[in-house]
Design a protein around this ligand. Structure first.
Ligand SMILES: C[S@@+](CC[C@H](N)C(=O)[O-])C[C@H]1O[C@@H](n2cnc3c(N)ncnc32)[C@H](O)[C@@H]1O
Length: 268
């Protein structure tokens, strides 16, 4: 009998994160920093008893939530079982309820006083829909506290990519500050705190930048490529070369722009 080829039926985003879960925990220093900034500056205003975290990954924000609110019940959800497994191992003594689930489909069985998320909400199919869902998950006066990667992230790379392969436009764009504000207002979430940070990070070379982006699953997947037509080797090599030439300094270091929006919004 002929063998039926096995296909991987998982959600492409799940596959993307699951493949590199352990590597993510080690390399994602920027995401770790973002989760720590979010906690330090945006959690001081809340005192929740019940918390839902969306896209918890390997638990950078979950740990902050557990340390700051030891009496609260915490449910932490992620699409990738491998990311959750790494988080579970890293925080064995925190009584977190870990859940493997898709934030685009999941339904809350109870309302929460706080919904939190760090560098994950931009992965939702639709941010507007996601904010509406979050509004329904919150109790009255409940808060959403989130850090979201925004549109000016990796602008240098995006422009070069279009130059190298103009017919292979990435499927997704990160949200702009304006889109975020509109989506929050439409979801009837009142903005209470907002911080927009644009920074330039330095890498030892274009290769180092590309490796870091790959290992930390920063904004890859649909933000980096068209899944039906990924860049071929020659296009990738040209991209590396052009990046080094246009954004490198005399020592060979290259720069890349990142934009993060930190926010707290409240349900009436
Ligand atoms: C860049 S990581 C951030 C993880 C973590 N919050 C942190 O601060 O390191 C994005 C996470 O979102 C998760 N994710 C993406 N799409 C998701 C979805 N539809 N439902 C739940 N989690 C999702 C990924 O599996 C990944 O763990």
């Amino acid at each position: 009998m002929a063998e039926v080829p096995q296909t991987d039926q998982r959600h492409p985003v799940e596959r993307y994160f699951s493949r590199g879960a352990r590597r993510y925990h080690e390399y994602a220093t920027f995401q770790r920093q973002i989760a720590e900034n979010l906690a330090a500056r945006f959690l001081a205003a809340v005192q929740p008893d019940s918390i839902l975290e969306l896209g918890c990954g390997t638990g950078f924000l979950t740990r902050e939530l557990g340390d700051r609110f030891p009496r609260a019940t915490i449910e932490a959800m992620d699409l990738s079982p491998e990311m959750i497994q790494v988080a579970r191992e890293a925080m064995p003594s925190h009584p977190v309820r870990w859940q493997v689930a898709d934030m685009n489909r999941w339904r809350a069985s109870q309302p929460y006083e706080l919904v939190a998320s760090s560098t994950a909400l931009h992965w939702a199919d639709s941010l507007s829909m996601q904010f509406r869902r979050i509004q329904r998950y919150l109790v009255r006066e409940g808060n959403l506290v989130a850090a979201i990667m925004a549109a000016d992230t990796l602008t240098e790379l995006r422009q070069l990519r279009l130059e190298v392969a103009p017919d292979k436009v990435p499927e997704r764009r990160l949200p702009s500050a304006r889109q975020l504000r509109v989506a929050l207002a439409e979801a009837e979430l009142e903005l209470c705190q907002w911080e927009q940070v644009t920074c330039r990070q330095t890498f030892r070379s274009a290769r180092d930048l590309f490796r870091t982006l790959r290992c930390s699953s920063f904004t890859g997947g649909p933000f980096a490529a068209s899944s039906s037509r990924p860049l071929v080797r020659s296009e990738l090599e040209r991209l590396h070369r052009l990046y080094q030439q246009r954004h490198g300094d005399t020592q060979g270091n290259v720069h890349a722009t990142f934009q993060v929006i930190y926010l707290r919004a409240r349900r009436h």
